[in-house]
Write a protein that binds this ligand. Structure first.
Ligand SMILES: Cc1cc2nc3c(=O)[nH]c(=O)nc-3n(C[C@H](O)[C@H](O)[C@H](O)COP(=O)(O)OP(=O)(O)OC[C@H]3O[C@@H](n4cnc5c(N)ncnc54)[C@H](O)[C@@H]3O)c2cc1C
Ligand code: FES
Length: 335
């Protein structure tokens, strides 16, 4: 049965078909609700139910008992049982970007570290994928499941899509990338997805915090900033376990050598006697360097634990939650 959803305060309305989530229905009808993982794990799509009932197929990880008591819901997993009135963030996109499902071919593979593969994929000759810097694509697997990976190239340089894929032991997809995938292999992708993207309508200084392969969407943002000659001051922090895990350190060094508005701080979490740079958690390095985070737009990308810590602790130094953008690299929730 079909239910109507009304969003407060802007009064936008849309319909949800049976067996459809609120988020899927909204996106299908051109309403850009904020989201990240689309599987109940990251909390990006959380909003308030002001009236009506809904249910979940499985209890979502990112919804606590306290959240439920406060009538909060995760709209990527929630299915209405009645008409709903909800309060939730909508994203301003300059123009609606079409989400496409496309066949593609592996063009080139480069091992960037022991467990990170750089993959360039080629779309059909007549196709280009329009996307915003920071967004991600889903790789569609043969059994109907999908795996999400951020686009590492900037939109102006769109001949190939570049991905940085970290090997997940016992994973369904990433071990295949390292063990059997070869140039010219065929895949299917869907995208672009995600409400983590660079906001051009601000003149504030920027802090970019990447953990591991969280560097991929951050690279897209920086290359976009350089291409567009945006001169806002940028502080890039990249956290990894070892120096070898800073798999494009030289590229980051090149950015700072040729752009005086870009500053770069690599941070290692493992002990290394030969390392003279910062050590510890990458979000802690930001906290150590800035007494007041209020003036900054902050973009954070990487492991869920890093996002949660950054979100909580940056607020103790004045971060404005509305200027905190994040993509949490959650595991797919379909095991
Ligand atoms: C928006 C988004 C963007 C992303 N971008 C990137 C990217 O650019 N680069 C990148 O490397 N990764 C990225 N990721 C993460 C990537 O999609 C996952 O790591 C993916 O699940 C790996 O696929 P897999 O099939 O190899 O492993 P899976 O089959 O998904 O899982 C592998 C193993 O992890 C275990 N597991 C599942 N959930 C958990 C958990 N919560 N904690 C611990 N173990 C668990 C499973 O039991 C299984 O053994 C992104 C994720 C999201 C949501
Ligand atoms: S929890 Fe809904 S998008 Fe991640």
């Amino acid at each position: 049965m079909r239910h109507q959803v009304q969003i407060k305060p802007n009064e936008h309305q849309f319909y949800v078909e049976s067996n459809e989530t609120v988020l899927d229905a909204a996106l299908r009808q051109g309403i850009n609700l904020r989201y990240g993982c689309r599987n109940g794990a990251c909390g990006s799509c959380k909003g308030k139910v002001l009236a009506g009932d809904l249910h979940y197929e499985d209890d979502p990880i990112a919804l606590s008992d306290d959240d439920k008591e406060e009538n909060l819901a995760l709209f990527c997993a929630a299915m209405p049982d009645s008409d709903l009135v909800i309060e939730v963030d909508e994203i301003d996109l300059d123009s609606a970007i079409e989400i496409k499902t496309l066949p593609c071919r592996v063009q080139e593979m480069n091992l960037l570290s022991d467990d990170v593969m750089q993959l360039f994929i080629k779309l059909p000759a007549s196709e280009r994928l329009q996307f915003l810097p920071g967004q991600y694509i889903d790789i569609l697997l043969e059994d109907g499941r999908h795996r999400s990976f951020s686009i590492a190239n900037a939109p102006h340089n769109d001949e190939f899509l570049e991905l940085h894929i970290r090997l997940v032991d016992n994973g369904l997809f990433t071990p295949k990338v390292f063990n059997s995938m070869q140039a010219k292999d065929l895949m299917r992708i869907e995208g672009p997805h995600g409400s983590f993207f660079f906001h051009e309508d601000s003149d504030r200084d920027i802090i970019l915090v990447a953990g591991g392969t969280g560097f991929a969407p951050i690279k897209s943002i920086i290359e976009h900033l350089i291409e567009e000659q945006i001169t806002r001051t940028v502080h890039l922090y990249w956290g990894a376990r070892t120096k070898a895990d800073l798999y494009l350190n030289e590229l980051s060094e090149k950015w700072i050598a040729s752009n005086k508005n870009i500053h770069y701080t690599p941070v290692l979490s493992d002990e290394d006697a030969a390392w003279s740079g910062k050590t510890g958690y990458v979000h802690q390095a930001v906290l150590d360097d800035f007494n007041n985070l209020e003036p900054f737009d902050i973009y954070t990308c990487g492991p869920p634990a890093m996002i949660i810590a950054a979100k909580e602790e940056f607020q103790t130094k004045g971060m404005n939650p509305a200027s905190f953008y994040y993509d949490s690299f959650d595991f797919a929730n379909d095991q």
